[in-house]
Design a protein around this ligand. Structure first.
Ligand code: AP5
Length: 184
């Protein structure tokens, strides 16, 4: 099973990703987690990425694609779930090319539908380094301009499914399992 989780910052991708990987035993690939690991290890890439992440911007496509390509070539035979990637049209197009080459096309894209008022409340309550009010606003602007167009991109491919992302975490997980059980 090969899945993409698509949605605004704070829409619950990471929370549901944890449940999905436990339920279906597939690999979880989160570009946010990969970048935070680089920051924590104080690598050159991490130092560059930290400033961008703290300001609510997007790390360059080249850096992110390099990380993803490496990860996809590792242990993805059992299937994988991409969380926080792709986030721009060039990332989506490059991903398509990589997966075509690997013979592992995406089965389904789950889009988390959550309004921005709810997102602001969730993220202000969480208090991650990039969860200040100004940074969240910037992340939402960047999402709107660069990531939201991917909804139409995947709709046109015919594999986008929308999940209402508000309510109990477990209830949302059940909605997702219903969709994923159909493609298993
Ligand atoms: P990333 O880590 O991907 O952050 P994000 O997309 O902004 O996502 P979040 O982790 O904030 O939200 P989420 O949707 O995972 O929600 P979560 O489950 O955590 O990226 C961070 C940065 O890295 C980016 O800003 C960018 O700079 C860089 N980056 C990453 N990928 C990149 C890429 N591909 N290209 C370029 N740059 C990239 O939930 C949020 C909160 O809500 C939690 O506290 C949670 O407990 C709570 N919550 C979850 N579900 C519910 C619910 N149903 N009800 C109430 N609360 C809930």
């Amino acid at each position: 099973m090969r899945i993409i989780l698509l949605g605004a910052p704070g829409s619950g991708k990471g929370t549901q990703a944890e449940k999905i990987v436990n339920h279906y035993k597939i690999n979880h690939i989160s570009t946010g987690d990969l970048l935070r690991a680089e920051v924590a290890a104080n690598t050159e890439l991490g130092v560059q990425a930290k400033a961008i992440m703290d300001a609510g911007g997007l790390v360059s496509d080249d850096i992110v694609l390099g990380m993803i390509e490496k990860r996809l070539q590792e242990d993805t035979a059992q299937g994988f779930m991409l969380d926080g990637f792709p986030r721009t049209l060039p990332q989506a197009q490059s991903l398509d090319a990589m997966l075509t080459q690997l013979g592992q096309p995406i089965d389904i894209v789950i889009f988390f539908d959550v309004d921005y008022g709810e997102i602001m409340q969730r993220l202000l309550a969480r208090k991650r380094a990039d969860d200040t009010e100004a940074t969240i606003r910037k992340r939402l602007e960047v999402y709107e301009a660069q990531t939201a167009p991917l909804i139409d991109y995947y709709k046109a491919k015919g594999n986008l499914r929308t999940v209402q992302g508000v309510g109990e975490v477990e209830a949302i997980a059940q909605r997702i399992y219903q969709i994923l059980d159909d493609i298993r």
